[in-house]
Design a protein around this ligand. Structure first.
Ligand SMILES: C[S@@+](CC[C@H](N)C(=O)[O-])C[C@H]1O[C@@H](n2cnc3c(N)ncnc32)[C@H](O)[C@@H]1O
Length: 207
């Protein structure tokens, strides 16, 4: 097995995370006895890169700016067989990178469920249910193709499809201060290393 293949397998079982510990020598040897040292260096380098990105990418003013402009980079909305539209990566993403937000308006879960049951089956599925910081059941409503804050552009996050085990994104609740008002933002974070042309997927948590 070549070094890159061994490294990919190592990262699959020991994802590079911000606070993760580099896999032990014995662990690395399981993937390549000859190249365990190279695996060590690559893993550590990826973590250092991730930490560097995290410092800047997770800066709240930048997240506020990106959710406002919706100019997320490295994403393409395209047709995906059997799923309608979907989102693919046009650049590589490292584990932990912020991909985009699930852009919508925050409403109560009760309101979200009402919209959900009153929407036709073909158009439904754009409601993201979550608990806010205060534990209230909420819903990020991305039902409308053109939201009120971006009437002239289609936002990306609402087109991300579902996968169970094959998911490469996780979601994280974030709050930003917008004109003195706290606003919920659902961020998509890469949970795996993502290659160019890979479809971005998260686990909807429903059947
Ligand atoms: C949030 S939207 C995702 C984007 C959607 N495919 C589109 O065309 O805009 C959710 C809807 O996408 C479709 N969908 C999502 N994941 C799917 C999958 N793995 N297979 C088939 N359809 C899927 C379902 O119709 C679902 O209600």
């Amino acid at each position: 097995m070549d070094v890159q293949a061994a490294y990919n397998r190592l990262v699959e079982s020991h994802p590079v995370t911000l606070d993760g510990v580099v896999p032990s020598k014995a662990e690395r040897k399981k993937f390549s006895a000859d190249d365990q040292r190279v695996l060590y260096e690559r893993w550590l380098k990826a973590q250092m890169k991730l930490r560097k990105q995290h410092d800047t990418v997770m800066d709240s003013s930048q997240i506020r700016k990106m959710t406002r402009t919706q100019k997320w980079k490295g994403l393409l909305v395209t047709d995906v067989e059997g799923k309608g539209k979907g989102v693919v990566a046009t650049r590589r993403f490292q584990v932990g990178e912020v991909i985009c937000d699930y852009h919508g308006r925050a409403i109560t879960a009760k309101e979200g469920k009402e919209i959900h049951v009153n929407t036709s089956e073909e158009e439904t599925g754009y409601m993201f249910f979550y608990k806010d910081k205060r534990g209230r059941c909420m819903s990020m409503d991305a039902q409308k193709e053109y939201c009120e804050c971006h009437p002239e552009m289609q936002t990306v996050g609402r087109h991300i499809n579902h996968a169970g085990e094959g998911a490469n994104l996780k979601t994280r609740l974030y709050t930003v201060d917008t004109d003195g008002e706290e606003k919920d933002v659902i961020l998509f974070i890469a949970s795996k290393h993502i290659e160019v042309n890979e479809e971005l997927l998260f686990d909807y948590g429903v059947n």
